[in-house]
Design a protein around this ligand. Structure first.
Ligand code: SAH
Length: 327
């Protein structure tokens, strides 16, 4: 729901200020239409249904993976593609993976979104509407900005969305914002953002390899970004989650694990999440299980807390790095 348009509509009609909040609360609790908002006068409900689209996104296609993961492809009012994913876990966790942009202007070589055309930043309402889509089907209690786009390049909208996600049942401590290392965004969020988690897509422990696979490293270098993460940790007293994609023969050798361990100081400021590579059109191969396990041991022997990400939704191209608005 376009919340700016909603407020304009209501104030233009001289409605009391609390109406917008009332309508939003219904939507946040999973209402499917204005019709069901029984504490809003009937006439107003009808006018809203005519003048303010219930969602700023139109679902175009949906897919359900064998593990219960759902992916939805939407279109914005101006025809931009957006994808979002709902991951269901056995322990009751329901995590929505949100896009902050249609496409992505960065060109990480391993990521399918980086290969599609960049559209534009999404509005806060377009971000929230992705979550509301799934909220209408199920409870939701976690959110990650790990869909299409670089959230810290669209920080105003992302922060506004984060402010409202708790109304859907997603506490700030259960929201994760993942970044390529967009330095000004990390710095701003450390000071003024809500208490969300920060994840850094690192993927290589040396500057030249990182620049090769993530061209954004030329702009904000690894060392500067890690310093910003240390400052984040000092302010927030929370570890930064370091995401490290495991690419066979590219970044998964023993020396590279050692180099990564050297970088991640102080130890308590970081936690590593190793990510199995999900196939895209790029010519990489993912590291095998044994290589991932060995890399993990090398890190753990050096005191680096390390986990391996559980891959979800791969059979519907809904896994990390696979969002590219195709069938
Ligand atoms: N732009 C932000 C948000 C996207 S998050 C960022 O890059 O952090 C998407 C996560 O999936 C990132 O950690 C990204 O590096 C990772 N990823 C990209 N391509 C992938 C692939 N093919 N397989 C597995 N993970 C991938």
């Amino acid at each position: 729901m376009d919340l700016v348009r909603l407020e304009e509509h209501l104030s233009a009609r001289g409605e009391p200020a609390f109406r917008a909040r009332q309508v939003w609360e219904w939507a946040a609790q999973g209402a499917c239409a204005y019709e069901s908002m029984t504490n809003v006068p009937l006439g107003l409900r009808r006018r809203l249904a005519e003048d303010v689209p219930f969602s700023s996104l139109r679902p175009v296609r949906e897919a359900l993976a064998s593990d219960g993961t759902e992916k939805a492809l939407f279109e914005t009012a101006d025809g931009r593609p957006v994808e979002a994913v709902l991951m269901r876990y056995r322990d009751g966790r329901r995590s929505v993976c949100l896009s902050s942009q249609s496409g992505c202007p960065l060109t990480c070589t391993f990521c399918a979104t980086g290969r599609m055309r960049f559209g534009r930043n999404l509005t806060a309402s377009e971000i929230l509407d992705q979550a509301l889509h799934f909220r209408r089907k199920d409870r939701v209690n976690h959110a990650v900005f790990m869909g299409m786009g670089e959230p810290l390049m669209n920080l105003d909208a992302v922060l506004r969305a984060c402010e409202l996600l708790p109304d859907l049942g997603i506490a700030h401590s259960n929201i994760g914002v993942s970044t390529v290392g967009w330095l000004p965004g990390i710095e701003r969020m450390a000071v003024e953002g809500p208490p969300v988690r920060l994840a850094l897509s690192l993927h290589a422990a040396d500057e030249s390899l990182r620049s090769e696979i993530m061209p954004v490293n030329e702009r904000y270098s690894l060392n500067d970004v890690l310093d910003a993460c240390r400052r984040w940790h000092e302010r927030r007293r929370r570890p930064v989650f370091v995401e490290y994609l495991m690419l066979d023969g590219v970044n998964d050798r023993y020396e590279q694990a050692v180099a990564l361990a050297v970088l991640l100081v102080p130890r308590h400021a970081f936690k590593v999440n190793l990510i199995p590579y999900n196939p895209t059109d790029a010519s990489y191969r993912g590291s095998g299980r044994a290589a991932i396990a060995a890399f993990r041991s090398t890190l753990e022997e050096r005191g680096v807390r390390t986990t391996v990400r559980l891959t979800r939704g791969r059979d519907i191209d809904a896994a990390c790095g696979q969002l590219a608005a195709r069938a």
